[in-house]
Design a protein around this ligand. Structure first.
Ligand code: ATP
Ligand code: MG
Ligand code: FE
Length: 347
């Protein structure tokens, strides 16, 4: 099936087109530069930017794929979770295109899309697959039995998401926003063992598959503050590398453990933080040792994009899942277990 996907849950206006598991177009317009001076995404600014970028980005994707809108078999859109106003722009546009073209509409879950995108690179996901979803708003272990209908959370962060921790540590170090890519880059020059930062929720009595990054973030801030107060130079690269090591150590340790305990031999890592070079390398090492097959999409597909939405939409069509009603609404707190928003008016 030929499906166009629209993503507007945060600050990326993404439009992708796929045929089954083949990527045909991936157009992304980001408003990240407009948010940088505020140190984080400003919802109102994001909504307006989506509104301006929507139609040109759809056109760009169609041009890339060399297709007309009438060629499509369906329109998929992120129905949630995300920023309410931002989601609304994408959902409204998708409804308009679906209605005007007479094509089925698929409202899908942003988090499941972060998992499904891997199909564009490595083919259909094995069932079951363990998914480690690490992004700006989420850090979860998801036992994925069927990417269109059965995604079971085993654990999640109890405070900050991994990406949020990267962004906050970057701010403490004065590295700007978003923090992930720049911490990743700085860390390459640093010693990951220079400072032993805490590994949250790894004690014997802690929840096995939950995460906590707020204590780590505070520990980094306190360490840096002490250096500054003592008038010493802050070894930015060492702090970045040591912080990154603590995050990736916990993430990969728990992911491997979850695979083993559930007899799952495929691990996929998705979401913006999956672009992190140290996370990718450490996961590869540890999975290899544990006999687990690792799947991580290329960095450009880990961060928000429309292709991931199209990928999940195509899988919905492929499996004959019900489409959404044309009065589909966005749900800013759509639970991860709701992979799609089916038409509830149907019998
Ligand atoms: P969610 O998917 O939970 O709704 P989101 O869509 O805002 O949140 P993504 O776009 O999936 O999040 O990911 C953005 C996050 O990924 C940011 O916090 C960013 O700092 C982080 N990130 C991006 N690249 C890297 C990297 N190389 N290393 C670490 N973190 C990264
Ligand atoms: Mg973003
Ligand atoms: Fe995301």
């Amino acid at each position: 099936p030929l499906v166009l996907g629209i993503e507007t849950s945060c600050d990326e206006t993404g439009v992708g087109i796929v045929r089954g598991t083949t990527l045909l177009a991936d157009a992304v317009a980001s408003s990240v530069d407009e948010h940088a001076r505020f140190g984080g995404v400003v919802p109102e600014v994001a909504s307006r930017a989506h509104l301006e970028a929507m139609v040109p980005t759809v056109q760009r994707a169609l041009d890339q794929a060399g297709l007309k809108a009438s060629d499509l078999d369906g329109i998929a859109v992120t129905a949630g979770p995300g920023l309410a106003g931002a989601l609304l722009v994408g959902v409204s546009a998708a409804k308009a295109y679906a209605y005007a073209l007479g094509k089925p509409l698929y409202g899908v879950n942003h988090l499941a899309s972060h998992i499904c995108v891997d199909q564009l690179e490595h083919g259909r996901l094995p069932e079951p697959t363990m998914a480690l979803l690490v992004s700006g708003g989420h850090s979860s272990l998801l036992l994925t039995e069927d990417i269109t209908s059965d995604v079971r959370p085993l654990g999640a962060t109890i405070d900050d998401a991994a990406g949020e921790a990267f962004d906050k540590v970057a701010r403490v170090l004065g590295l700007g926003f978003p923090g992930g890519p720049v911490v990743d880059r700085m860390a390459r020059e640093g010693d990951p063992e220079a400072i032993r930062f805490p590994r949250g929720l790894t004690g014997p009595r802690d929840a096995e598959y939950d995460f906590s990054f707020s204590g780590l973030k505070t520990a980094v801030a306190r360490w840096v503050e002490q250096k500054r107060r003592a008038g010493e130079q802050v070894p930015v690269a060492d702090v970045a590398a040591s912080f990154q090591e603590a995050v990736t150590d916990v993430l990969t340790r728990k992911a491997v453990k979850a695979c083993r305990a559930n007899g799952v031999d495929h691990l996929m890592i998705g979401g913006g933080v999956a672009a992190n070079s140290r996370l990718r390398a450490m996961a590869e090492e540890r999975c290899e040792r544990a006999g687990i097959r690792l799947r991580v999409p290329r960095p450009g597909l880990c961060t928000d994009n429309g292709a991931m939405v199209a990928a999940l939409g195509a899988e919905m069509v492929w499996r004959g899942r019900p489409a959404s009603a044309i009065d589909l609404s966005a749900d800013s707190s759509l639970p991860v277990t709701d992979v799609s928003v089916p038409d509830t008016s149907l019998p």
